[in-house]
Design a protein around this ligand. Structure first.
Ligand code: HEC
Length: 155
């Protein structure tokens, strides 16, 4: 490799890393604002709002869905989860129509990097792809179906 090329690459790497960091910071900030929609049930701290002895919704901290393949997380927020006797007072409603690609990507990035979670950033382009991928799935998804799709996504 020519020295000039080497120097150019060495200089470009930190600049690209900085651009990544800036993009992530932007997603995190927007995501924090959008998380207000989720906080009613999942709580500002992501632990699930307590309502007497029960909870409105499960904790998002360490959640397999949150930290796993982002397409499954996107599907959960987009379509909601079918109510099958889970002991929560709330219901995971379909929120896909209320969140555009940008908002869904930012809220996912925020949740994947808050409440002790550390998972990759999700972009609006990713979300667009996931919506297309699962466009034939209509209405709230069962837990069994989510497990099946998560297995398929790992392959
Ligand atoms: C009206 C209350 C409510 C709101 C608002 C809400 N959720 Fe939920 N969420 C739930 C309930 C209840 C469940 C559990 C559903 C079940 O298993 O039947 C759930 C489950 C989930 C799960 C699956 C967690 C796991 O590990 O099983 C994720 C991820 C999630 N919600 C993310 C979000 C995000 C992100 C938002 C905001 C964009 C949001 N939710 C808004 C009530 C809510």
């Amino acid at each position: 490799m020519k020295l000039a090329t080497y120097i150019a690459l060495a200089l470009a790497a930190p600049v690209l890393a900085m651009a990544d960091e800036a993009a992530k910071a932007k997603l995190m900030e927007a995501g924090k604002a959008s998380f207000m929609t989720c906080a009613a049930c999942h709580g500002m701290d992501g632990q699930g709002v307590a309502a007497g002895p029960k909870k409105m919704a499960p904790s998002l901290s360490g959640s397999k869905i949150v930290n796993g393949d982002p397409s499954i997380f996107a599907l959960v927020v987009h379509n909601g989860i079918a109510k099958e006797g889970q002991d929560y007072l709330g219901m995971m409603a379909p929120l896909g129509a209320a969140l555009d690609d940008e908002k869904l990507a930012s809220v996912m990035t925020y949740v994947r990097n808050s409440f002790n979670n550390t998972a990759s950033v999700v972009t609006a382009a990713d979300v667009k792809k996931y919506r297309e991928q699962y466009k034939d799935i209509v209405g709230p998804v069962t837990r069994a179906k989510l497990d099946e799709l998560a297995k398929a996504a790992k392959k």
